[in-house]
Ligand binder design. Sequence first.
Ligand code: DX5
Ligand code: ZN
Length: 221
Amino acid sequence: MRKYVIAPSILSADFKRLGEDVRTVADAGAKYLHIDVMDGMFVPSISFGMPVVKSIRPVSNIVFDVHMMVEEPGRYAEDMKKAGADILTVHQEACCHLDRTLNLIHSLGMKAGVALNPATPVETLEWVLGVVDMVLIMTVNPGFGGQKFIPYTLDKIRKLRNMIEERGLDVDIEVDGGITTGNVCEVARAGANVFVAGSGVFGGDAAENVRTFVRIFEGLK
Ligand code: DX5
Ligand code: ZN
């Protein structure tokens, strides 16, 4: 049976009360906390880095799912581990030596994820699929919260799930961007099982939204 996870993205949280927002979603049943790190180079925006991750680490044992929208993210892998990251996801497009970066993440004791922008084919992961714990299919162009889900990414998710199953691997498929309680079922049916939601959680009553996602997952089993 597939394990379904909601990963609220703190990019849409209220930064002046970040710790409370983290506690709210963890208490409501979220198993992952999605943390978007942006460098102003790989993506246009700058968000936050290690000091913020470190400062919220004591708030909860929730899995810290760190999404590095950063050029050559391997440069920060060790610091992110020290700050409290559990899963470190790097972009295929941002790593010159992807295999080396993934091995570095594992050697530091974190789970390793690879993210793909909407235009990047899933076939690019053919040789590293056996090395990763999770693939993040971007369902919007990275850089901002609150964008609209790109429909063709559903086909990418299906294709990737087939690749994973054909090889008998145990790899999570995470989706990120424009995920709501309205489209999550369709995305899950395509083969995704970890769902990032920023505005879809923090855009209203965050605890209630997390509980709604979890209820929807119960119905999928
Ligand atoms: C976008 C980030 C996302 C963002 C999603 O580049 O990677 O994690 O927070 O926001 P929503 O769910 O509002 O599309
Ligand atoms: Zn993200």
